[in-house]
Design a protein around this ligand. Sequence first.
Ligand code: ATP
Ligand code: MG
Length: 380
Amino acid sequence: MPSPSSIRLLIAEDVPQVSQHVRNLLSAQSQVKLLEVLSDGAKVLEAARQLRPDVVMVDLLLQGKIKGPQLIEKIRDSGQDIPVVVLTVPQHPLARDPERGIDAVLTLPFSGFELVNTFNHVLADRQARASGSCRVVAVFSPKGGVGKTTIAFNLAVALAQFGLTTALIDGSLQYGDLRALLKVPSDVPSILDLPTDRVQESDMRDVMWRDPAGVDILLAPPRVEMAEMISARDVEKTMSLLRRLYQAIVIDTPASLSEVTLAFLDASDVVLSIVTYDSTTIHNTIAVSEVFASIGYGPDKVHYLVNRADSSGGLGRDELARALGRKPDFEVVSDGRLVVQANNEGMPFVVASPDAAVSLDVKRVAAVISGRTAGAAVRH
Ligand SMILES: Nc1ncnc2c1ncn2[C@@H]1O[C@H](COP(=O)(O)OP(=O)(O)OP(=O)(O)O)[C@@H](O)[C@H]1O
Ligand SMILES: [Mg+2]
């Protein structure tokens, strides 16, 4: 199983001696996982789409229908946002030029240390650029009880552990699951306590609940009927302010697609749609995916996370992928004992038991969302 920090590499190289050299260098370490070596430049984009590498290495002198420089340009223009490390020889010197899609250059011969270092630099650079802007993730499912609140809470804590200032919003305004989960007293302020006209930074600081796990939480109103007092416009305003204050925001949402829920989803970069191996959940998820498509949420925005991925109840991974129309992006295993106990104590399991499989799975999701690794987090 790759660790959250392992780097997935795809190589475009048509000189067997060079690819063998790189393979030898990589075999001596465990940080970089070589996905595939392609000698045909024309196949690289499709392979990248399927394999979701964190980095692509391209030989500048790649021959064939699509030559090295052309492939570099194509990767840059593909919108896949994958950093490219260009490999060259001393006779063909090349300068790093991120604008042209050249994130780093490696000149043969190089050591395994230089190779791995280059990948680490390129990814750190991406992460630094990504952290300048806020990532907003809404955890959603059209079905209740699939693990939205549990995943939203642990994902937020995992993002905070990566060093991002993180807010968690209870968008489940009627029932306010987070207040119960974290045992927050009912007199602690909520989204309702924000002024409706001009919300400001200082107002925000007054209403956020600082959880010991390192995330700031914007709670839902303490009583069911108070949810009605929050409008879609309030959500929009609150979200645009929070975006300026935090590097990552996770929103726990209810199962109903109300106007207010949609305002939360609209304000998000990623809608993490939680699926389980349960036929009604899958049915509702497909129904909602049609709504999402019709309002312009594409696959870059809607990501599928299979919760309790090891409790398939007879359904296969392939069947699920067929039903959804694509492979889920993430999987989180089941761990009844740990999850229920941690939830009962109001503790994130990613902190209570950081090495448990369920925690590593959530941390993998956080790694992708924070831009640490660009790949999907499903172990194929
Ligand atoms: N990966 C998991 N392994 C084991 N138990 C889990 C897992 N994920 C969630 N659970 C359990 O499933 C139950 C429902 O989880 P949770 O409350 O997070 O779901 P929800 O989607 O937020 O529900 P609701 O629709 O009521 O808001 C909880 O008891 C939780 O402990
Ligand atoms: Mg919930």
